[in-house]
Design a protein around this ligand. Sequence first.
Ligand SMILES: [Zn+2]
Ligand SMILES: [Zn+2]
Length: 422
Amino acid sequence: MDYYLKILGGGREVGRSAIEIGNSNGSLVMDYGVNFDANDNPNFPLQELPGKVKGFLVSHGHLDHVGALPIYEISTLKKPIYGTPMTKALAHLILRDFVKLSGPKIPFEWVEIDKAIKNFNTIEFGKEEEIEGFKVRMTNAGHIPGSAQIHIMTEKMKVTYTGDINTADTKLMDPANPDDLRDTDVLIMEATYGRFNHPGRKSVEKEFLDKVKEVIEGGGTVLVPAFSLNRSQELLSLFASVDFPYPVYYDGMSREITEVMLQHKDYLHKPELLKKAYDSFHYVNGFNERKKVWKDKGVIVASAGMLKGGPAVYYYKKLAEDSKNAVFLVSYQAPSTPGRKLLEIGKFDEFSPMLKARFELFDFSSHSGKADLMKLVRSAKNLQKLIIVHSAADSAEHFAAVVKEEIGVDVIAPENGQEIKL
Ligand SMILES: [Zn+2]
Ligand SMILES: [Zn+2]
């Protein structure tokens, strides 16, 4: 039977991942996410004819991979969805939060989200399953808890989609195993960081802990704006791993997400660290506590990670004016977010005063950088074709050129809407 791939989203862009794999009998769509334009309007992937799509395979619970799933749950359409139990639980929280924040701009409501979760079937790592006529297996992708690489075995070849992938050993996640790609013939790979390498995790962790301590010992408070899914739990686990001697506070949706993670411990590298953090660190419960904790000499991990709303903005306003305090960013800062403005002009926005607190960016990436992506490509001994997705056009082209030169396989950085025969 002849198979094809069709890029419905995530072609030459980061986010709104959606990749269809099919044959004359029908298709499965891997991920169905959203991303946002400069005015914060959600962009959805292209739509395939509902009659053709038999179901969805989900790599992980980030909004840019699950945010559009409920579209196929509207009215009489009821498409089954498949992913790990952790991804199912996280997707539920993330979709509800999406409706809360962007409600009027999206074409579905709570009822469709509930349907999507009702139609969400769980599959465990390592087991081969027969799904709508396709042989499917998922293995750890190391990116966030529950994140999977998706392997599809056809009569002629093995197709692997990495989802978002990380081979770094972090306090929260076991790294992805390159051996999972050994017999892959066609690799669909993310290349968010196709142009850059990250520093080693251990050295970033040490530098971060040393500097947080330094600020507190100098009489200051440290604000760490962090995403409530994954980065917050990684940092809390890091503080727990060294029995951090000063007060650690956390604020935002991270509490609820931590509880979900602790219910699916198998997907965590060191669940005992996250449990210890959950039991011993102080969750900021509501505004009355928020008003007090920033005066304490300690560290506050709060969403949002790019200072775009959330409790982090409140703390920023309280702490930014005093040079004893610090604001430590721990993730990529998207264009036109306050975090990016701080990096570019040293201010929250054009109208606010210059930041006086100490300010640094630490690279705790949950995506593999260029050299590690290359290692993953090389570990696929049978590789016939590499398809680069989830990567800005310049980064995708750069990485494609490097792979072509060094390995010599067929490489494509497809546009949305492009169909690829296998
Ligand atoms: Zn992503
Ligand atoms: Zn992701």
